[in-house]
Design a protein around this ligand. Structure first.
Ligand code: AMP
Length: 396
């Protein structure tokens, strides 16, 4: 079975074609600058060089057409007929409370996604565009939606409600949703396998990248997660502020004369590691500047570590214990120094950190000693594969 996985942004489209017989990637690529004059498609067949195709790509329909053409191309294609694609899996971001798991995309599903646009005005419209473009350009091929929020829908009201008047929950669904769900699900499934698939497990998954979130997972179900109504809450991220005293927001609006959109830009795009350090949103740059003696970069890094340690402690307390903690995504998979600094602060939980095992990047590894009461793993995430697996399971 061959599954095409699509992740549509407003001006970009990422794709991977999986052969589900062995879960290998046959080809992958990226369309950038959709709608601009200098659009470009970068296509990479497995074990071959990248091919760059520069052409006008005015909208998502043309992008899909080009992707299919690249997959079918005589030289750098990997299939002979579009009918070889058994299904398309779409990364659909916000499923609200309507979607608790992945589902086959029907007209009703698209209508519900449209109704949810208010909750994710930046992310849901491009997903819908991508779905409609596929309906048009790949007629008859079944499609599946895999929602970033779905895995967190097992949270109960005590974990998803905010301390706000209840009417806002009723009027606007003002509640915690959580994000990165497909990643938390992928790595937590793998973690349970590594633990020997016990009947009961308490796991803390730390997805630490440009955007970061942590989840507390009991017996495979999320009970709490650090991102909230939007992906802004929780950890200090590349450019997002994370947790704040909410009174700061009206104060800044008054003092700086900011309207709602300008404030939104400050807390989403100018805060976090970038805002504190003034150097960069990228952890590698922060680490380099900190090593050069930049004090603001040093404190930005300390704040990042502190917030991760804070959430791990909070979730271990909420679950009344923890069996395993895992790190994933760009920082979680690659950042030896940050992982070490975080793990060295977890001995109170029963973590025996293995410094030597930690000395590696981008691979699955246990970084606690074999005798450690709480196991700590690095598990590379693979959201695209999770989407492909869900898609294959649903269309079978
Ligand atoms: P992601 O959003 O998952 O792609 O992660 C991006 C983040 O991972 C950026 O902050 C990068 O600086 C960070 N990152 C990637 N590789 C490394 C590395 N070798 N050491 C430290 N941070 C890294």
């Amino acid at each position: 079975m061959k599954i095409l996985v699509l992740n549509c942004g407003s001006s970009s489209l990422k794709y991977q074609l999986f052969n589900m017989d062995d879960e290998s990637v046959m080809a992958k690529g990226l369309v950038e600058k959709i709608g601009l004059s200098d659009s470009i498609l970068t296509h990479q067949p497995a074990n071959q060089d990248k091919v760059k195709i520069e052409t006008s790509i005015p909208e998502h329909g043309v992008a899909i057409e080009l992707v299919v053409k690249a997959l079918l191309d005589e030289k750098h294609g990997v299939i002979k007929d579009m009918k070889e694609i058994d299904a398309v899996g779409h990364r659909t971001i916000h499923g609200g409370t309507s979607f608790t798991e992945s589902c086959i995309i029907t007209d009703d599903v698209i209508a519900e996604m449209e109704r949810l646009v208010d909750l994710a005005p930046l992310h849901n419209p491009p997903s819908i565009l991508g779905i409609r473009a596929c309906q048009d350009k790949m007629p008859g091929i079944p499609m599946v939606g895999v929602f970033d929020t779905a895995f967190h829908q097992t949270m109960d009201a005590a974990h998803y409600l905010y301390g706000l008047p209840y009417e806002y929950y009723e009027k606007y669904q003002m509640r915690r949703f959580g994000f990165h769900g497909t990643s938390h699900r992928f790595v937590s499934i793998r973690c349970r396998e590594l633990l020997g698939n016990p009947e009961h497990s308490k796991i803390i998954t730390c997805h630490l990248g440009n955007g970061s979130s942590i989840a507390a997972i009991v017996d495979g179900k999320v009970i709490d997660t650090s991102m909230g109504y939007t992906p802004l809450e929780g950890l200090v991220m590349g450019t997002r502020c994370g947790d704040l005293d909410p009174a700061i927001l009206p104060f800044l609006m008054r003092k700086e004369g900011l309207d709602a959109d300008a404030l939104d830009a400050v807390i989403n795009k100018k805060s976090g590691l970038l805002g504190i350090s003034g150097v960069s949103s990228d952890m590698r740059d922060i680490e380099a500047a900190a090593a050069d003696g930049n004090e603001r970069a040093q404190v930005a890094m300390e704040i990042f570590r502190k917030t991760v340690i804070h959430y791990i402690g909070a979730y271990a307390a909420e679950m009344n214990g923890v069996d395993a903690i895992l790190f994933t995504a760009g920082i979680g998979e690659n950042d030896i120094a940050n992982r070490a600094a975080i793990c060295e602060n977890l001995s109170y939980l029963g973590v025996e950190f293995d410094k030597e095992a930690n000395d590696c990047r981008g691979k699955e590894v246990m970084i606690s000693t074999p005798n450690s009461k709480v196991k700590v793993f690095v598990i590379p995430t693979n959201e695209e594969l999770m989407i492909a697996r869900d898609t294959a399971a649903l269309v079978k």
